[in-house]
Design a protein around this ligand. Structure first.
Ligand code: BJ8
Length: 422
């Protein structure tokens, strides 16, 4: 056994299936990522990370655990990572973006369930993900019904804690969320044995804000024409940042941004000036889901932004810094997370405003609404997205898909026709 295989086997990974997954990922990454021309040098770090996707980072987490540290796994950007960093735990957002882990989940879950839910559950059931194996607590949320029920099943296998996200941003909804955030803080304190204080939480808020600021800078740089970075690469940097160390990611994105700034000054880009510019909006794209980005960019367009939880909803809102007492800090933190414009809220008109603002800021020629099949909240909200964009005069294509490649040809035809029309 190699050192990695030894580690995976100690973590209870099914080495055979996992080997197949790893063997499949290499060529896919080569085709989708390494084939791109004129990539920023800063992406070299991300190539390295994906090249050893279940190796180095897992090793770091294990070492942290061996020293008594805790690892907290999450699925959703509603879960405040600041508490983990403050209490000396490491939060990791779990992979849920591959068809590979779907069939094993379908043996248990209904097939007409969103791919993200099936992929998440399949990773645990099939013993395919070392990140889930290494974590001491999985944190779920009540954002959608499918996830809620999947977390109940996951809890049969590993400790799961579920945060209740309200349906409305009403007075009662806000009060519920404020309490949920405080209960989660207590849970993390109990798990780690460390108290969360004004000092360590203040530090954590600053660290996470710093990463958010760099992502906001990256987003602004993507407004340039020609675009200095592909949508695929920007998406990958976001996906990796969701499970990597927060300070390391701030450093990497800062270096990447410095390089992109130079490119913009020189008028250099990854696609010719005038290439069709697309904003993606909708369901998140968990690693390694690069399907839509790949199809769009292979057709000669460039993706300039993602209004999504693997995009703007991950980094847009900051938490105020320098608040001197814990209660006010908790209130500000909870309020920040409540601004996540997930389709689980009713109403969620803030998201419509965000989409239009992003389209204008990034000078998008058109928007593709990305919907995971069987995700009812986003599919139904798309009706309102459609209306709002028609009113704003921004062309929209609505796409509903899963993780399989079966519809790739059909999607490409529809996307080509859409690009043609812009
Ligand atoms: S805050 S978008 S990360 S819940 S795609 S599992 S909603 S059926 S992922 Fe999400 Fe948090 Fe909202 Fe963002 Fe359900 Fe829809 Fe599947 Fe979804």
């Amino acid at each position: 056994l190699t050192a990695n295989e030894q580690m995976w086997s100690e973590l209870g990974i099914d080495l055979e299936s996992h080997g197949q997954l790893m063997n499949a990922l290499g060529p896919i990454y080569g085709e989708i990522y390494l084939s791109q021309k004129n990539r920023p040098q800063g992406m070299g770090f991300y190539d390295f990370v994906v090249g050893d996707i279940h190796g180095i980072r897992v090793k770091e987490l294990r070492e942290h655990a061996k020293d008594g540290g805790k690892v907290v796994a999450t699925y959703c950007v509603f879960v405040p990572e600041e508490f983990c960093w403050a209490a000396g735990a490491i939060p990791v957002s779990l992979c849920a973006g591959t068809q590979f882990s779907v069939p094993v989940a379908e043996e248990v879950l209904p097939r007409n369930t969103c791919a993200l839910i099936k992929s998440s559950y399949g990773f645990k059931l099939g013993r395919l993900c070392p990140y889930v194996q290494v974590s001491h607590l999985i944190v779920g949320e009540t954002t959608c019904d499918g996830k809620k029920k999947m977390f109940e099943l996951l809890a049969e296998q590993q400790p799961v804690y579920v945060m209740e996200v309200p349906n409305k941003r009403s007075t009662a909804g806000r009060a519920l969320w404020q309490q949920e955030v405080r209960d989660f803080k207590a849970k993390i304190e109990e798990l780690t044995g460390n108290e969360i204080t004004v000092e360590n939480l203040g530090e954590a808020i600053k660290k996470v804000n710093a990463r958010r600021r760099e992502f906001r800078r990256l987003s602004a740089l993507r407004a340039a024409d020609p675009a200095p970075i592909s949508g695929k690469d920007a998406l990958l940097a976001t996906q990796v940042s969701m499970y990597d160390d927060v300070e390391r990611q701030t450093q990497m994105i800062t270096a990447l941004n410095d390089e992109l700034e130079e490119r913009v000054k020189k008028g250099e880009g990854v696609a010719p000036k005038g290439a069709k510019r697309i904003l993606i909006s909708g369901s998140p794209m968990a690693i390694p889901n690069w399907k839509l980005h790949h199809i769009v960019e292979s057709s000669g367009a460039i993706i300039v932004g993602e209004e999504s939880c693997t995009g703007s909803r991950f980094y847009n809102e900051l938490i105020p810094e320098g608040i001197g007492n814990l209660e006010d800090m908790l209130t500000a933190l909870a309020d920040r997370y409540l601004k996540t414009n997930c389709a689980c809220f009713t109403p969620n008109t803030e998201r419509l405003d965000d989409i239009i603002k992003m389209a204008r800021d990034l000078k998008a020629d058109g928007i593709i609404h990305y919907n995971l099949q069987f995700c009812h909240t986003y599919a139904n909200e798309a009706v309102q997205v459609d209306r709002a964009l028609a009113e704003a005069g921004i062309p929209l294509l609505r796409v509903e898909t899963d993780y399989s490649d079966e519809d790739a040809g059909q999607l490409k035809t529809r996307i080509d026709a859409f690009l043609e029309m812009l």
